[in-house]
Write a protein that binds this ligand. Structure first.
Ligand SMILES: C=C(O[C@@H]1C=C(C(=O)O)C=C[C@H]1O)C(=O)O
Length: 310
């Protein structure tokens, strides 16, 4: 579904640092604390082992759903698109030690294209993602490129055969479609440098492009909460324990999710060990650099108290 007006509307919304936050009704005492999880495979090392403490409930959804749920007050904490945290930094705060970030390629935030980037005319964007759209805009602006950006859902190869010359995809389907283009990998394929083109389709990995541009990691998601609704300590502790367990058993997590995704185990294992889940100094540097480029004039980014031992 093409929508020519959407690009302008989106650009206008993007350039405004003021939040579109609704003010939820005050909570009744004793009401549950509500979490919203984007449950893509890349968060499995944190979420799969998570045992919610008493008094905490959770829902799941795609990034734009969880962004909206946090901003409307439907949930109190969520792993949201980092760009929404930046845009709404006056009302949101983030946990200081949780991120979905990478240094270099991510494999699941992909622009599939059939012409060189410089010659792109029509690019399909998924409505599931806020972060990848903002990143794509920064990368295109950096190269002085302005293809028409349109909202359209569907698999990359199908959209490429329907008049789009670029298709932006995220998450598990983007990972699967990347492998669909470049796979199957041979035993000789080095796992430090996976291929990015085949059959006339190039897969530009937006996090790798960001690394080429800045030398920094790219932080896709942070765990944000409303400043007036910080998470109970028991929830943060449970998340830290779940992450320690998940990263400690990454091969098991990868095996389970490889089966679900229909991908080879070693591909999923490589995908997962590539992530940076602790919002460390380089990830914050990348986040601040992106914030300055994508949301000039944003409110200062604030993070909760420093964590205890991991
Ligand atoms: C790396 C990814 O990051 C996710 C992408 C998001 C977005 O595009 O808005 C939001 C949260 C991230 O967890 C991915 O989905 O592949």
């Amino acid at each position: 579904m093409a929508d020519g007006g959407w690009q302008m509307a989106q650009r206008e919304a993007d350039s405004s640092p003021s939040p579109i936050v609704q003010h939820p009704a005050p909570r009744t005492p004793g009401a549950p604390y509500r979490a919203g999880w984007i449950h893509f495979t890349n968060v499995a090392p944190i979420l799969d082992s998570l045992v919610l403490p008493p008094g905490v409930t959770a829902i799941t959804g795609v990034p734009t759903q969880m962004n909206a749920a946090l901003l409307s007050g439907e949930v109190d904490i969520a792993n949201i698109s980092a760009v929404e945290f930046i845009r709404n930094a006056d009302v949101l705060e983030a946990l200081p030690d949780f991120s979905v970030a990478v240094l270099g390629p991510v494999y699941s935030v992909n622009l599939f294209h059939t012409r060189p980037l410089e010659e792109l005319r029509r690019v399909a964007l998924t409505a599931q993602s806020a972060m990848s759209v903002a990143l794509l805009e920064v990368l295109l602006q950096g190269r002085g490129l302005s293809p028409k950006l349109e909202r359209a859902e569907g698999e990359a190869e199908a959209l490429l055969s329907q008049g789009f010359d670029g298709v932006l995809r995220i998450g598990d389907s983007a990972l699967r479609e990347w492998y669909g283009v470049v796979g199957p990998l041979t035993p000789e394929t080095t796992m430090t440098s996976l291929p990015h083109s085949a059959r006339g389709i190039t897969v530009t990995d937006l996090a790798e492009e960001w690394f080429r541009l800045t030398g920094h990691p790219f932080t896709f998601a942070v765990w944000a909460y409303r400043k007036d609704r910080p998470p109970p300590a028991a929830l943060v502790q449970a998340m830290r324990e779940a992450r320690r367990d998940g990263i400690g058993h990454l091969a098991d997590v990868a095996e389970r999710h490889a089966r679900k995704l229909g991908l080879p185990e070693r591909v999923v294992q490589h995908y997962l060990w590539n992530f940076r889940y602790h919002l460390e100094a380089p990830d914050r540097l990348g986040l601040h650099e992106f914030a300055a480029k994508a949301v000039p004039g944003h409110a200062p980014l604030t993070f909760g108290p420093r964590p205890g031992p991991r």
